[in-house]
Design a protein around this ligand. Structure first.
Ligand code: FRU
Length: 482
């Protein structure tokens, strides 16, 4: 009999040719549904990216771990599916987790999801989320560990609910392994717990490092934790804690910067903000890169997004990988170097001055990078029109006097996103446009906003003045994968 893993690989081999409409520089699955990036790591000379995958359909179900490797984040090599949900402890899905190298072997720490009533009414008393280990000698074939689950009821302290206990992110300090895991506490709210281990197999509870405020009515997912530029950084994704808060809580991805005291287990938070202001970015994960740099990749979609149009054989993309730094308790993000370098200069325009409603066409391209330097002129008010045809576009509205940017799109049902900027001050915008996505980096990555749509109907890029507009420099580049 075919194993679930073989069945998934056979299905992919026989059907992946159906996907013919991939974006130019964003990762997509061979076929089917993807959500969170998992096990993002640099192992044996290449980057490994695993991801939540349902190969059989473009909806979330029966989650496997898909796998691909790359050296430049542009040319990917798909690998066999790493794990299928084929054990009693992960029967209803191999949920998110992370990777770490130990003794030359790649270790995956992930969540085994058990829900006998999947697809029917949610019965919390029957749902269990266990942390499990899988090990590989070659980075391709993974063996689930005989001691699984490695973190379960015995390790979880009293007062926490095992039905929402997931997404372990592992790291190592001086020979000790640590992981952060999100959990639902007795107040039904989100909390992040830290566990520790000497061997990745025997784990014990260390401390609770983060807790949401009760009145926020939220649960957390996909934590990440790393040390960068002298600070400790905690990432998490935020969702409503119960269905009755679905309307009032918007999903978002946030970071907290501070210091973790490993002795007391306390994480002292000094600043908090959003990682991405858009509603099409979720569950990012980081790794230490080839040169020790900190790289992030995120699921460029979210749980609220509608299905892609008929004929799409894949659903879900990954964001551009972004290199991170921490300056003055603020997270800065910029596209990973190999991706940033793959845009070739096509034109530069200096001192563009426009009267109300006047337009200036920059370029016509499906995949491009445009960089705008916007002077502080108080009445500067204009629109960057993207994916534009005669009637429709996606837009970045720049209003210097009001101190805000607005991202909106005729191709998306999502609400317009507003980003506050310092009123009356100059600013830079870096916009990366691909077939189905726009990623905006404001002021060299102080704020980032991602917007996706599978149905853009144009490829013009233009500026249009609302009041008067002044752009001191516009540099246009086209994506070229050589
Ligand atoms: C986040 C998430 C994780 C979970 C996974 C299931 O998007 O809900 O918490 O592990 O997706 O696919």
């Amino acid at each position: 009999m075919l194993t679930r893993l073989q069945a998934a690989n056979d299905y992919i081999a026989n059907n992946q040719h159906k996907v013919t409409n991939r974006p130019h520089f964003h990762f997509t699955p061979e076929i089917g549904w993807i959500n969170d990036p998992n096990g993002f790591s640099f192992y044996k000379g290449e980057y490994h990216l695993f991801y939540q995958l349902n190969p059989y359909d473009i909806v979330w179900h029966n989650i496997h771990w898909g796998h691909a490797t790359t050296n430049d984040f542009l040319n990917w090599s798909y690998k066999p599916v790493a794990m299928a949900n084929d054990k009693t402890y992960d029967a209803n899905g191999c949920f998110s987790g992370s990777a770490i190298e130990k003794d030359g072997k790649l270790h995956l720490l992930y969540t085994g999801h058990i829900d006998p009533n999947l697809q029917y009414a949610k019965d919390e008393s029957q749902i269990k989320q266990y942390q499990c280990l899988a090990v590989s000698e070659d980075g391709i074939h993974f063996e689930k560990h005989a001691s699984n689950p490695v973190i379960a009821e015995t390790e979880l302290p009293e007062g926490y609910l095992i039905c929402d206990f997931r997404d372990p992110k592992v790291w190592e300090v001086n020979g000790t392994y640590y992981c952060v895991i999100v959990v639902r506490n007795a107040q039904r709210r989100g909390e992040i717990l830290m566990f520790k281990s000497d061997d990745l197999v025997q784990w014990s509870f260390a401390s609770s490092i983060y807790e949401v405020k009760f009145e926020e009515n939220t649960l957390l997912e996909c934590p990440d934790f790393f040390h960068l530029d002298g600070k400790d950084v905690l990432f998490f994704s935020v969702m409503p804690c119960d269905p009755e808060f679905e309307e009032q809580v918007t999903r978002k991805v946030a970071y907290a910067i501070g210091t973790l005291d490993y002795e007391s287990g306390k994480f002292n938070v000094e600043s908090e903000d959003l990682i991405d202001y858009g509603s099409n970015f979720y569950a990012p994960q980081t790794t230490s890169g080839e040169h020790g740099e900190r790289l992030l990749i995120g699921w460029m979609q979210s749980w609220t997004q509608a299905k892609p149009p008929a004929g799409f054989e894949f659903n879900g993309m990954m964001s551009m990988p972004r290199q991170l730094s921490v300056v003055g308790n603020q997270l800065l993000q910029k596209p990973a170097q190999s991706v940033a370098q793959s845009f070739k200069h096509s034109s530069t325009h200096e001192n563009i001055q426009l009267q109300a409603n006047e337009s200036f066409e920059l370029m016509n391209a499906e995949a491009a990078h445009i960089q705008l330097a916007v002077p502080a002129a108080a009445n500067n008010h204009f629109v960057v029109e993207l994916q534009k045809n005669e009637q429709q576009s996606a837009r970045i509205v720049v209003d210097i006097a009001a101190g805000k940017l607005v991202l909106e799109s005729d191709y998306s049902n999502e609400q317009a996103v507003e980003i506050a900027i310092a009123a009356g001050q100059s600013l830079t915008l870096d916009v990366y446009i691909d077939l189905y996505s726009i990623e905006l980096f404001v002021n060299a990555g102080e704020k980032v906003c991602t917007l996706t749509s599978y149905e853009p109907k144009g490829s013009l890029i233009a500026l249009r003045a609302v009041g008067e507009a002044a752009i001191s420099e516009a540099v246009c580049s086209t994506f070229v994968n050589e």
